[in-house]
Design a protein. Structure first.
Length: 367
């Protein structure tokens, strides 16, 4: 008996989805082998802790099958179908609708294989995708979303049950891997001074709201040379963000170090973490920062409210003016420590982790 986990791709951009699948599959029965396939190549370090990882070596053009690549797509699909029939996994976990669109037709002829499709983010499903999900044998398919908020959105679109499982972290293991404030700042190439450090973590893409954050903090940075902002992550919006930093003349106070391999251990470098996202499926960074004991300001999104059932730490309106006012209020009051305590109590990471373990074991056993 085996479990096959199929991901869209590897690399820094897919790190959070890899973490979610790793945390779920870590609760598989010890007698079952877990393996992962990546449709597109890339680093897969988180998945390697639960089993073998193989890149299928496909490309976007081959997956889409346009033009002459349609022949390669037909060949690839026939080859993978034969392999699936030969290996006959008990359970296949698919990374979102993109992977499901490719694999569900291949799995239809395997009645002994159960399938779980995991939704990670907000997406407007196409009619063909809804038909694909609704047309697959219901007794063999379960839909899973990484938050209750997201599960309700997907269920409304597909008119099928969607289990909302809020991904949780093992707080003891997570805290044990954290660097101290000084060591974290050294790891990020920063001085270990007592200056205030604002942080943000995520892909450099518009939906993360980093342009809004930069516009919000620029006046604060210009008024206080000891204040800094560090945005950890990489993405297509880098040039736009760098140009904005230069326009404000803040090259010495705003740092964009790119993808940092050990970023998850560096949260304690920050005095305040900002999450100005316009939309999120889960927002794992919120949990990570709160467990690390770092105060968080986050956009007032339902998925964040779902995790922190308190009124403190949310920024309504998601405008530069609103963010500037919220950050200023926290900094002037010096209330970061108090906010951090309130948030860790609201998150209740120990009980969340216990519930997550129970749900994952049941999920993998029933499949």
């Amino acid at each position: 008996m085996s479990i096959l986990n199929v991901m869209w791709a590897g690399g820094a951009a897919y790190l959070s989805t890899h973490k979610v699948h790793r945390e779920i599959l870590a609760f598989a029965d010890a007698q079952e082998a877990v393996s992962s396939w990546l449709l597109l190549p890339g680093d897969s370090a988180p998945l390697q802790t639960i089993g073998a990882v193989e890149s299928l070596g496909l490309s976007s053009s081959r997956l889409k099958g346009r033009g002459w690549q349609v022949l390669r797509r037909l060949y690839d699909r026939a080859r993978l179908k034969r392999r699936l029939l030969r290996e006959a996994p008990r359970l296949v976990m698919l990374d979102g609708i993109g992977v499901a669109r490719y694999f569900l037709p291949l799995l239809r002829s395997q009645p002994a294989t159960q399938v779980i499709v995991v939704f990670h983010g907000v997406k407007r499903l196409r009619e063909a995708e809804v038909r694909l999900l609704r047309g697959f044998p219901a007794e063999r398919l379960r839909l899973l979303a990484v938050s209750k908020t997201l599960s309700e959105d997907v269920a409304r679109q597909v008119q099928l049950p969607v289990l909302g499982v809020r991904n949780a972290l093992d707080p003891d293991s997570f805290r044990a891997a954290l660097l101290s404030r000084d060591d974290a700042r050294k790891a990020l190439g920063l001085a270990t001074s007592s200056s205030l450090l604002l942080g943000a973590v995520g892909r450099l893409v518009p939906e993360k709201g980093f342009v809004c954050l930069l516009r919000a903090v620029a006046p604060l940075l210009q008024a206080n040379a000891a204040l800094q902002l560090v945005i950890l992550g990489e993405g297509p919006q880098r040039k736009e963000l760098e140009a904005l930093v230069a326009a404000y003349g803040l090259q010495q106070q705003v740092l964009l170090p790119g993808h940092v391999a050990q970023a998850v251990s560096c949260y304690r470098a920050f005095d305040l973490l900002c999450i100005p996202s316009e939309q999120e499926g889960l927002g794992l960074v919120l949990q990570e920062a709160v467990i690390a004991g770092v105060a968080v300001l986050a956009s007032d999104l339902p998925v964040f409210r779902e995790q922190l059932a308190i009124d403190a730490g949310f920024v309504a309106g998601n405008s530069a003016q609103a963010w500037q006012a919220a950050i200023s209020q926290v900094l002037v009051a010096g209330s970061m420590s108090q906010l951090a305590r309130q948030q860790v109590e609201a998150l209740a990471p120990e009980s969340a982790w216990a519930s997550f373990q129970t749900v994952c074991r049941q999920l993998l056993q029933r499949a």
